[in-house]
Ligand binder design. Structure first.
Ligand SMILES: [Zn+2]
Length: 77
């Protein structure tokens, strides 16, 4: 009877241990994906008029040139 209890405790312990390892690996993977997305956002470009650096997603593109705002795009026309 004691051996059976011990076997159950060891089995449950192993299952929880591997679940914990698997969960930690999953969290690391999600963290890496978050970092990769962060790097994409950090792709910086420079305004042609004032030279300020800004994320590509916030830049205004016009005829292959890059501006920080609509005001500078018009100023360069
Ligand atoms: Zn500018």
């Amino acid at each position: 009877m004691t051996k059976l209890l011990l076997a159950i405790v060891v089995t449950v312990g192993l299952v929880l241990f591997f679940k914990f390892l698997g969960g930690k690996r999953g969290a690391d993977r999600a963290d890496g994906e978050r970092r990769a997305r962060g790097n994409q956002v950090e792709d910086m470009v420079r305004c042609k008029v004032c030279g300020v650096n800004l994320p590509r997603s916030e830049a205004i593109m016009s005829q292959g040139r890059i501006y920080c705002c609509d005001e500078h795009r018009r100023a360069d026309d």
